[in-house]
Ligand binder design. Structure first.
Ligand code: PLP
Length: 432
């Protein structure tokens, strides 16, 4: 253990008396001794309350695309602050941000804003159900779509013999079991199984939710043929295809995973990178589907299109669209992959990188995983052992290998702040 965590530990003991697990989100609890608290962030780095510095590859689980405290985005947010924050009325800026999204993402013919990825996916699911007239929905295994009840189901691998539809278990206490009859999960990259499901249950299934690059499962990437087949099967069976781009949107390409795969969703969801950390999300999609919002379908919320977040999103999207930021970020990601790969090759450790350089999964096998089941069967314990050693050396990754490494434009932009990527490779070699 190289880090000092005295202050964080003392704070945890106090915080745990008032905040469940001492934190504001379950995922921020790293254990009674290892939960730590952040003092501040800048560029691609964080400092905790004990003064430990970290190069950050979690980046808030993805939102920080340009870097923390980006002066361009923060200035825009301050301008948003000056005009007020919430009015329960709309502003002109909503249209300008929606126009930008439509320019970047061809499927986004119409747009509605909300505050978190969860809210955007909830809205997409509601709209899809209303449009299709069917309440059931399918999720690709390994996908994560937020913290609402309909999304908190997972395949019961142990209890499944490999035949028929896998059983699903709620991922959280409090998820009503009566929702079980509405949700199906299918293994990623198995179009035959999906077709079979649609043939059997197509009259009940109104929506399919998919992350073509699984931002919450090692960045496992769907096969392009599979994604095209999903698109066709959804059209054929009257199922609304929702591409969840909460992690991939405005990160892997201007037009997100849809651009990379050359498909158009019926509905798609965005959050995270869209506001460089300011809370904002969007559901977007086909005009005929989105048009039912307001015609019997409810969408709203006190804080939707909040002036500060919207101004931040306007500036973030402008930068991502009009500069080479995304190419720069992908280039950094490539460089980091090469550096880490060099270290692992030297030690003959089989590995591969999956996903996209801006959102990389590191997998300890030469064959890229085809889905969640491959991850489950892989040697992820090696990753789990490596992760704390890296964190101890000031490279902050998630201890769970399913969370990819995120890259931001600030990781190597500011030479005075040091090149995070080179430092990471050195720390990685020591940790390995
Ligand atoms: N969808 C995907 C693909 C996500 O990765 C996440 C969060 O990580 C969500 C939805 C939920 O977003 P939020 O945490 O902003 O509610």
């Amino acid at each position: 253990m190289q880090r000092k965590l005295e202050r964080s530990r003392a704070h945890f003991r106090k915080a745990a008396k008032r905040l469940p697990l001492g934190v504001a989100s379950n995922f921020r609890y790293w254990g009674d001794e290892d939960t730590f608290y952040i003092a501040r962030a800048e560029g691609g780095r964080l400092t905790d309350i004990d003064g430990n510095g970290y190069i950050d590859y979690r980046l808030g689980y993805g939102p920080t695309i340009l870097g923390y405290c980006d002066p361009r985005v923060d200035a825009a947010a301050q301008e948003g602050m000056r005009i007020g924050s919430v009015f329960a009325l709309s502003t002109e800026r909503e249209l300008s941000v929606a126009e930008r999204i439509a320019k970047m993402v061809p499927a986004a013919e119409m747009v509605r804003f909300s505050c978190s990825g969860t809210e955007a996916v909830m809205a997409a699911l509601r709209v899809a159900r209303a449009y299709s007239g069917k309440d059931g929905y399918v999720v690709a295994e390994g996908g994560y779509h937020g913290v609402f009840d309909a999304a908190l189901w997972t395949t019961d691998m142990e209890g499944w013999a490999g035949e028929g539809d896998p059983d699903l278990v709620p991922y959280s206490g409090g998820v009503p079991r009566m929702l079980r009859s509405l949700v199906w999960q299918v293994p990623l990259n198995d179009a035959d199984r999906l077709e079979d499901l649609f043939k059997r249950q197509g009259d009940k299934i109104g929506a399919m939710l998919i992350e073509p690059i699984q931002g919450n499962c090692c960045a496992i990437s769907a096969d392009p043929d599979y994604v095209r087949a999903v698109r066709e099967l959804c059209t054929k069976h009257g199922v609304v295809l929702i591409v969840d781009e909460v992690k991939t949107g405005f990160r892997v390409a201007r037009g997100g995973a849809q651009e990379i795969y050359g498909i158009q969703a019926d509905l798609c969801t965005f959050a995270k990178a869209m506001g460089n950390g300011y809370p904002i999300s969007a559901v977007a999609g086909r005009r005929d589907i989105m048009s039912i919002i307001g015609r019997g379908v409810v969408h709203g919320g006190t804080y939707t299109a909040h002036a500060v977040s919207l101004a931040a999103a306007e500036k973030t999207l402008e930068i991502l669209d009009e500069t080479d930021a995304l190419e720069t970020i992908a280039g950094y990601g490539e460089r980091l992959r090469e550096g880490l790969s060099g270290v692992l090759k030297q030690r003959s450790i089989p590995h591969c990188f999956v996903g996209h350089p801006a959102l990389s999964g590191l997998f300890f096998s030469e064959t890229p995983p085809a889905g969640y089941r491959d991850w489950k069967a892989s040697d992820y314990l090696f990753y789990d052992t490596l992760a704390p050693l890296l964190v101890d050396r000031g490279v902050l990754i998630e201890p769970d290998s399913r969370e990819p490494w995120f890259i931001c434009e600030a990781h190597a932009r500011d030479k005075a702040a040091g090149d995070c990527l080179d430092e990471t490779v050195t720390a990685f070699a020591a940790a390995v």
